[in-house]
Each structure stands twice: as C-alpha cells, then as structure tokens.
Ligand binder design. Structure first.
Ligand SMILES: Cc1ncc(COP(=O)(O)O)c(C=O)c1O
Length: 448
C-alpha cells in the first residue's frame, strides 16, 4: 500500500480525484478517516453524526464487524467468480432475499448499484411485454446511466438531454403539499386526492396508447425529491391500472428498501406486489457495491425460453453478495426493521416539534427513519427557501452551520432530508435535532 499520511488524504484526493455532480474547483470533501455506528470522523478527529447514512445507504450503521468478517472470509474463499458461475454467496443471498421480498418476487438479477438495477428492470419489462414506453414521475431519481437518467424526472437528467434513452414519458406525483390540481381546494379528502392522481395517470396511459407502455416505474416512497409518501389507495390504484392495461409495475426501492420505512420494503406498507422491484444501497449498507432486480415468477418464466440479452462482468460479485448476506442477517438478528418502525413515531414527533417552533418549516413528512423538512420563506404562499433546482444563501449557511457543529445530512434545494442509520437511538437523534433546532434560526430569519 502506498503510504499516505492523514495530512495528504485531502490534497492528493483533490489533485487526482474527479468528483461527480460538481464543478471540480468548487468541491470541499470531508477527509473521512473512520466510521463506527452512527458516527464518522475526519483526519483531525472531528466527529460527525451521520444523519444521511453516508449516501442513504448505511442502514446497519458503520463498521459492523460481522459484515467486515464476512467480506474477509469471502475474499479468502473465493474473491471473484464470473457471471456464469454458481457460488455459495449467490445461493445464500437468493434464498435470503426470496424470504424477505413480497409475494412471488423470488428471482434476482444482480448488478453493481441502483442505476443499473433500474436499467435492467426496464430491459426485462420491455423484453417481457414487447412494448417500449416507460412511464415515470417528475419527482424521481433513478440513477445516472443513460436509461436510468432518462427515467429520472428531476433536473439531473437535463444536462444530457436529448441524448438519453428514448421512450420515457413523465407524469405528476401525488405530492399533496404542492399539488397542482388542488390549490383551490386543499381540504379535499385523501380518497379524492388519490383518485385525481390516478385519473391523471390513466389519462396519460390512454393518450400514449396502453399497447405501447411496457412499465410504470416509480419510487415507492420518493427519496431525494422530498420523501413523498403515497396517499391511501394510490399504489393499489397504480397496480390495478397496470393490471388493466397489461403494463408492468416496477418499484424502485433503492432508497426505501431494507427497513428504511419501518418495513422490509416500502411496498409492504400498502400490500402491493410489483412485477419488478429494484434495490441497492441498504442491500449491503454500502459495505460493497451491489444492486438487484427482483422479478415475479411469470417474468422469470418468460426468460426460460427467451435469452436475456444483457450482462455485467461483475454481475453477482461474490464479495458484494457475501456482504449483502451478512448485512441482511444483521438487520434480522438486531431487529433493525422493527427498530426503524419503533423509531418512526419518535422521528415524526421531533420533526413536528421543529415545525411548531420554526416559521421557516413549511411541512414535515416521515415514514420510519425516512424524513424530510420543507423550508419556506412564507407558510401561506409556500415560497420555497431555495428555488426548484437551485440553492440560496440561507440553505448554504444552514448546511455550513450543521457541518461546523458535527451534523452531516443532505440538503436538496429547499429541503432537508433525515435518513440516519437504522441503529440510531432516540438520544442520538435528539442530539442531532438540538443542532438542527439552532441551525433553523438561519432560515427563520428569512421567513415572513
Ligand atoms: C431511488 C433511487 N434509485 C436509484 C438510485 C441510483 O443508485 P446508484 O447511485 O447506486 O446507481 C438512487 C441513488 O441515489 C436512488 O435514490
């Protein structure tokens, strides 16, 4: 190993590293040295409370020795085997996943992360149905490869348009706080609200021609675009539209899976079984790169006689699979899905309290340990604290305050996301909220 003293980690990384989603001259990475539980430390020994699970993925927390041991053991036994091989971790992970995924989702195609899981889900849907269009929502992120980016509805796709995968049509999310359809009648019932958004979707299916639509792809609970939780009846309604028109339902559980919402998968809250379900992040809690597409029996059976024309050198990489097996066992042994469910009301209460105390909080939303705060300049007009796809001096100052005070979390435009490791205790969450409480004075001063 090349000797790199702590003092050289940042300058060498800056000199030779190329940073994603960033202008290179503007990055300021934290030179992270170690991580344990809900914390990580930089090279100067400064501790950060990780309220973003690093990249919304460290569900079991950092530095769990059981997963580290499984990776080491697998590296000794068989660090790599090509995609056509059957291996012990492949056998074990398939068996485990089939136990925890809903319905008859019991065949799994392994990828390296979330974007390529979605790419493959789209190919499977197109292959199975013989149709080509994919309907996806505007407030969504599905990954940064060409197909996943085309499906992404948020502005991260725009820089690469029009040269992305063709055939994607976007529709609106049932996003009550900023609902286009309901500005004049915000008090309507949840049932009516759901019905309006299902009508909107059905209209788009009709206009596009149902016989051209392969799949509807959606994040079960929207992640970076603001933890948007589907209203009652919405997912079941999308499921029945899919059934009516022979369209497949693909649920992207890359962020919402593996206990994040208090159930193994977010779809479990609404008892909906998608035809294809994509996962990554919490599948290994980030200990090794891995994604997967779960498919229902009927889709797997179709490909019994039709060759699936796609692949990856690192499909089913044994080290990643071993990490996933150990990670799922940790989630099970330590009852972390149950803990996430128990912490759900704790987080929700803390968010509600913040909302009551700070005029810049427009709305809070959460499910399990998946939370968001919308910051506004004016509660009446809901003018966001930063424009859509933009930032503001207040949001920059807020983030700086949090980092200066050892709290790491993700801010997205005018929202703050709270997505901590599932092992977090009420006390640790309270520590983070105490800092957040002070930080919100910055945005409060800009609120009318
Ligand atoms: C919902 C969702 N889908 C897909 C992805 C893409 O995953 P990856 O970055 O592993 O390609 C992400 C990443 O943040 C995500 O949040």
């Amino acid at each position: 190993m090349i000797e790199v003293p702590d003092s050289e980690i940042l300058p060498l990384s800056l000199e030779h590293g190329f940073w994603t989603w960033s202008a290179q001259a503007k990055v300021s990475p934290i030179p992270v040295k170690s991580a344990k539980g809900v914390y990580f430390w930089d090279v100067d020994g400064k501790r950060y409370l990780d309220l973003n699970s690093m990249v919304m993925c460290a569900n079991i927390g950092h530095g769990d020795e059981r997963v580290i041991a499984a990776i080491v053991e697998q590296a000794h036994e068989l660090p790599f085997a090509g995609p056509p091989m059957a291996t012990r971790p492949r056998a074990a992970l398939g068996k485990l996943l089939a136990q925890i995924t809903p319905g008859d989702l019991d065949r799994f195609l392994f990828t390296l992360g979330g974007a390529d899981a979605n790419e493959n889900a789209i190919k499977l849907a197109r292959g199975y149905t013989g149709r080509h269009k994919i309907l996806a929502r505007y407030r969504s992120y599905h990954g940064a490869s060409a197909g996943a980016m085309a499906a992404t509805g948020d502005p991260r796709r725009v820089a690469w348009e029009p040269n992305l995968m063709p055939g994607v049509v976007h529709f609106l999310d049932p996003y009550r706080y900023r609902s286009t359809f309901h500005r004049a009648n915000p008090e309507l019932s949840e049932e009516e609200f759901t019905a309006d958004y299902l009508n909107h979707l059905e209209e788009i299916i009709t206009y596009e021609g149902p016989e051209t639509v392969a799949a509807i792809l959606l994040e079960t609970v929207t992640g970076t675009n603001g933890v948007i939780i589907p209203p009652k009846g919405y997912l079941a309604g999308v499921r029945s539209l899919c059934d009516r028109y022979g369209i497949l339902l693909i649920c992207d559980e890359v962020m919402s899976g593996f206990g994040r919402t208090g159930r193994w998968f977010a779809v479990d809250h609404w008892d909906v079984v998608p035809d294809l379900m994509t996962m990554a992040k919490g599948l290994t809690s980030g200990y090794a790169p891995l994604g997967a597409v779960a498919m229902r029996a009927k889709i797997a059976e179709f490909f019994n006689e039709h060759a699936y024309q796609s692949g990856l050198t690192y499909n089913a990489h044994p080290i990643s699979l071993a990490a996933a097996v150990a990670n799922i066992q940790v989630l099970q042994q330590d009852h972390l899905v149950e803990h996430s469910a128990e912490m759900g009301p704790v987080l929700h209460q803390m968010l509600t309290n913040l909302g009551e105390q700070h005029p810049s909080v427009g709305e809070v939303r959460s499910i399990g340990l998946f939370g968001a705060i919308e910051l506004v300049r004016d509660r009446k007009t809901k003018e966001p604290m930063a424009p859509y796809n933009g930032s503001s001096v207040e949001m920059i100052a807020l983030r700086k305050y949090l980092l200066d005070h050892g709290v790491y979390l993700y801010t997205h435009w005018h929202t703050i996301l709270i997505i901590p490791p599932l092992i977090i205790t009420p006390e640790q969450l309270k520590d983070g909220f105490a800092v957040l409480d002070k930080a919100l004075e910055i945005t409060d001063s800009a609120a009318r």
